[in-house]
Write a protein that binds this ligand. Structure first.
Ligand code: KIV
Length: 273
């Protein structure tokens, strides 16, 4: 079993080999991800898309995050578990943000939380870090800003946007974030951000020059044949496998070939006495 990555160890991984991060939403996949040797498991609010079937992550609630974090935690014994703070669980007030982050740790059993946004949440990141809640930042294409961005669009395309993102990253690091997700950014900008920081960056749709990469598990497994963004590599075509397996089950049930003799027992009973 791989060595448990604590927060200090994650920080030390900067420049020491790529961090492998995969999202997860249940105990069965959590167990498999741990066996596969991923470094960090993230219960992303992407569960709004891939589990709940929403068009974006906005509807995901704290109760739902806590539930899925608990499920995933039961499938892990040694892998670092991060949980997303969902939309509006940390924006309204510092007190509410602290209480919700505490819930994710106490009830959801996560070891750190992730929240979206740069400078506007730097003070909160500082406060959470100070009271013992390690924070992973997330800047660039932050899905909770879906409506503000007008959809899932590449960020950091102008010089002003680049400058703002550099400042965001610096402020998050200064506030105590232990790593930062860089999503939907030009690869050269993600590389510059990575070089400018002493904490690891985790990229998604941000090119190869990050300290690690994250993908949504259902995306890398190819579970949705309709979802084919440029940044995604599907390591399996699992939607076709699932279709084939379930269709084969259905055919055998209809033909009466399942269950076969090897799948059940006959009673030894010979009479009613
Ligand atoms: O919600 C999520 O799964 C994420 C990752 C894709 C970084 O935020």
């Amino acid at each position: 079993m791989a060595e448990k990555l604590t927060i200090p160890k994650i920080k030390k991984r900067k420049g020491q080999g790529a961090l492998v991060v995969v999202t997860c939403y249940d105990a069965t996949f959590a167990r498999l991800l741990e066996q596969a040797g991923v470094d960090l498991v993230l219960v992303g609010d992407s569960l709004g898309n891939v589990i709940q079937g929403h068009a974006n992550t906005i509807p995901v609630t704290m109760d739902e995050m806590v539930y899925h974090c608990r499920c995933v935690a039961r499938g892990l014994s040694a892998t670092h578990l991060v949980g997303d703070l969902p939309f509006m669980s940390y924006q309204a007030s510092e007190e509410q943000a602290i209480l919700n982050a505490g819930r994710l740790m106490k009830e959801g059993c996560v070891e750190s939380v992730k929240l979206e946004g740069g400078r506007r949440h730097a003070a909160l990141v500082g406060r959470l870090t100070e009271i013992g809640v390690p924070v992973m930042g997330h800047i660039g294409l932050t899905p909770q800003s879906f409506h503000g961005f007008g959809g899932y669009k590449l960020q950091g395309k102008t010089l002003a946007a680049e400058k703002a993102l550099k400042e965001d990253a610096r402020l998050l690091q200064e506030a105590g974030a232990y790593s930062i997700v860089l999503e939907g950014l030009p690869g050269d900008l993600a590389g510059e951000l990575t070089e400018s920081l002493s904490i690891p960056t985790i990229g998604i749709g941000a090119g190869p020059h990050c300290d690690g990469q994250v993908l949504v598990l259902y995306d890398l497994l190819g579970l949705d044949e309709r979802f084919n963004p440029r940044f995604l590599k599907k390591y399996l075509n699992l939607s076709q496998e699932v279709l084939g397996a379930v269709a084969a089950f259905g055919a055998e049930v209809r033909q009466g070939t399942f269950p076969g003799p090897e799948h059940y027992l006959h009673s030894a009973r010979k009479s009613d006495e």
